[in-house]
Ligand binder design. Structure first.
Ligand code: PRP
Length: 212
């Protein structure tokens, strides 16, 4: 018997934002909301099953075909891969990737070697390469604001949503690197094999966008 369509869903903020959207699209989510420690759960109507995963793992599961569909931030896509179809911008999880530095630091002034902290070394390196600037990127796994606060980097490249974390740590936006939102991605072979089932899910989620 063929397995159900499988969706890899980024745990945390994206999970919280997508569940009301799935409900608005007509998919029962009681099981997803009350998942306990289970990692694979079907929608209440059994239309597809959901795998809860960390952001970068969503990409891995979709690229390998372990999951047919992925719900993941554009930041993770830019940092980790592109061997899949990006089929929809879901309009949730909106934030910005920015270069931020201590207030009044004038990051772009002078010729001294600079270092930035980031959870996104590829995005940061690509950004400075576009500017033809030789900047060292130090990979930090979380709370990258600590880089400049502890004095080990000049700035950070990180996500900003409300701006509260920057403000509370004496940092300010120097420049926006790119806009970020949650995307729906699809495994390349899955789209051929399960075209109508996948397109139905994409269409129903597109129609459930808050801004439509
Ligand atoms: C993200 C990001 C910032 C913060 C920005 O971190 O890395 O630190 O949110 O949000 P704000 O502009 O609304 O203050 P997250 O909370 O996901 O935790 P992490 O740093 O451990 O990844």
């Amino acid at each position: 018997m063929q397995r159900k369509i499988r969706m890899a869903l980024t745990k945390g903020r994206i999970e919280k934002a997508i569940i009301p959207m799935l409900e608005k699209a007509g998919y029962g989510c009681e099981g997803l909301k009350d998942k306990g420690r289970k990692l694979i759960i079907p929608t209440d109507g059994g239309e597809f099953e959901v795998v809860f995963a960390k952001a970068a793992d969503v990409i891995t599961y979709v690229e390998t075909g372990a999951c047919d569909i992925g719900i993941v931030g554009k930041d993770t896509i830019m940092e980790n891969g592109s061997s899949f179809y990006e089929m929809a911008d879901l309009g949730i999880g909106r934030c910005r990737m920015v270069l931020a530095a201590p207030k009044d630091a004038n990051f772009f002034d002078g010729y001294a070697a600079r270092t930035v902290a980031s959870k996104y070394p590829k995005i940061a390196a690509d950004y400075f390469a576009r500017k033809q600037m030789d900047v060292k990127v130090l990979k930090i796994e979380g709370s990258v604001e600590l880089g400049p606060v502890l004095g080990i980097t000049d700035a950070i490249v990180d996500l900003v949503e409300t701006g509260k974390t920057l403000a509370e740590n004496g940092l300010e936006v120097v420049e926006t690197v790119c806009e970020v939102s949650t995307r729906l991605i699809v495994n390349i072979a899955s789209l051929k094999l399960h075209k109508s089932s996948i397109e139905e899910i994409v269409d129903r989620l597109n129609a459930a966008r808050e801004d439509k």
